[in-house]
Design a protein around this ligand. Structure first.
Ligand code: HEC
Length: 126
């Protein structure tokens, strides 16, 4: 009986975890940004550094469109094809930047799907 109750508890716990995974906590995106992107990307308007362009107002922004950042030819070519950043495009990009934009000068550690979704959503407020 105790075993059964423990099993039921585990199932409930798993269901709760699955629900949480399906709906990332609102601050998970911020946490991923701080952990992964912050070292190269600021969030303030106009704050581009040699390490990376600011991510301020990213959703809807023209790709490789900031003055004051020296984008690679690879990202400029991608911009000519795709136009603007959307949340969906950002999610695809973060899954494998090199595959989507061959020759891009950005190296990214592997992110889990949940982390990608969370940070893409966080950078694309509605
Ligand atoms: C090691 C440094 C580094 C890290 C870490 C990094 N980036 Fe980048 N990122 C860059 C650089 C450099 C570029 C410009 C690449 C180019 O011109 O080829 C860039 C470009 C971008 C662009 C295109 C910006 C534009 O103006 O079109 C987006 C979007 C982006 N990064 C998102 C992210 C996100 C989100 C993360 C974290 C999950 C991240 N990056 C992590 C260095 C980094």
């Amino acid at each position: 009986m105790i075993r059964l109750l423990a099993a039921a508890g585990t199932v409930a716990g798993l269901a709760a975890a699955a629900a949480l995974a399906a709906q990332p906590a609102p601050n998970r995106g911020a946490e991923v940004y701080r952990r992964v992107c912050f070292s190269c990307h600021a969030l303030d308007p106009g704050r581009n550094t040699p390490a990376g362009p600011t991510l301020h107002g990213l959703a809807g922004r023209p790709i490789a469109g900031l003055r004051g950042f020296n984008y690679s030819p690879a990202l400029r070519r991608f911009a000519a094809r795709e136009g603007r950043w959307t949340r969906a495009l950002l999610e695809r990009f973060l899954a494998d930047p090199d595959a989507l934009v061959p020759g891009i000068e950005m190296s990214l550690p592997r992110l889990s799907a949940a982390d990608r979704q969370a940070v893409a959503a966080w950078l694309s407020p509605r």
